[in-house]
Design a protein around this ligand. Structure first.
Ligand SMILES: CC(C)(COP(=O)(O)OP(=O)(O)OC[C@H]1O[C@@H](n2cnc3c(N)ncnc32)[C@H](O)[C@@H]1OP(=O)(O)O)[C@@H](O)C(=O)NCCC(=O)NCCSC(=O)c1cc(O)c2ccccc2c1O
Length: 274
């Protein structure tokens, strides 16, 4: 089934495109001239786009991709890397990419990386942060940090290790080799590989399958998978979801009502379920 994307324009969508259709939001990094390397403005735009998709109740699944068919993302734009970080057009140093990584993981909707071409460096870490990854046959993966004088020892190490195991993760980081789509599939970096011309169709099909399922179950599953990796912050997300569900019960509402009505709460009618 084909999909008719509607582009949403917003002055804050610098360097990216934002489309919606049929319950899916698609965020596209649009700097193909540098293989979709990101600069501070790109990251700010992606933060805004993910927050927009989070708030939009009609959106159930989010796709993250890159424009042009030759790259998903090649990480930080090395041309604007200053003495202590990446510099925006106003001369301020700082890249909110760690915040973006966390947002992709905490947003309570599945995020699917749709990867054609290069997924390299900080771009590769963004792909690791996504919940699922669909790759085209031309996709190539790797880290370059130790070659270009950088490293991501946070989620870049933790998630890579969870996905491929410590031996392989150390190989990827220590040798800075590149891996093709089949190798990425074999080591568990991606979920499936399809011909480039089928990439969007296959990704949308995976999204549609998830959209047919319980949003609350998917939400809690995502928080549960993250809790295993994210320590207290992961438990905070999972517990926040539990509180949200509890608010929706008569028992939770009895506490609120009693407070507002200035009376003692009556919890005797609620069973202690074994
Ligand atoms: C990705 C490549 C291997 C592709 O090689 P190929 O030969 O196919 O293409 P070109 O090299 O000719 O590229 C075409 C064109 O794009 C420019 N370009 C590509 N990537 C970048 C980039 N990242 N920054 C700037 N420009 C880029 C390239 O120069 C060409 O332009 P011309 O005008 O010269 O034609 C290869 O391109 C490559 O190796 N790219 C660099 C990849 C890289 O090292 N990325 C940065 C790694 S560090 C990083 O991303 C990073 C990000 C974070 O957010 C962190 C957060 C926390 C800790 C660490 C972080 C971190 O390390």
């Amino acid at each position: 089934m084909s999909i008719q994307w509607q582009e949403i324009t917003d002055p804050q969508f610098t360097d990216i495109e934002y489309h919606v259709a049929d319950g899916i939001a698609k965020i596209t990094i649009n700097r193909p001239e540098v293989h979709n390397a990101f600069r501070p403005e790109t990251v700010r735009a992606m933060l805004h786009a993910f927050k927009t998709a989070h708030r939009d109740k009609s959106v159930g699944v989010i796709i993250l991709t890159g424009a042009g068919g030759k790259a998903f993302c090649s990480g930080g734009d090395q041309r604007i890397r200053g003495e202590a970080g990446y510099t925006d057009e106003d001369g301020n140093e700082g890249l909110d990419v760690l915040e973006l990584q966390r947002l992709i993981r905490t947003i309570p909707k599945p995020v699917v990386a749709m990867i054609a071409g290069w997924s390299i460096g900080g771009g590769h870490v963004l792909h690791l942060c996504c919940d699922l990854a669909i790759a085209a046959e031309n996709a190539r993966f790797g880290q370059t940090g130790p070659r270009v004088g950088s490293f991501d020892g946070g989620l870049g190490v933790a998630l890579m290790t969870r996905l491929v195991g410590q031996r392989k993760a150390k190989e990827i980081w220590f040798l800075c080799r590149q891996y093709d789509a089949q190798q990425a599939l074999d080591m568990g970096l991606v979920n499936t590989v399809v011909p480039l011309e089928k990439l969007e169709e296959e990704t949308v099909q995976w999204c549609r399958e998830m959209l047919a399922l319980s949003p609350t179950a998917l939400r809690l599953l995502k928080a549960s998978f993250n809790a295993d990796t994210d320590g207290a912050a992961g438990l905070q997300e999972l517990a926040g979801n539990a509180t949200g569900l509890f608010y929706q019960t008569a028992e939770g509402q009895e506490g609120r009502n009693a407070y507002l009505e200035k009376r003692d709460p009556d919890f005797t009618k609620f069973p202690r379920i074994p």
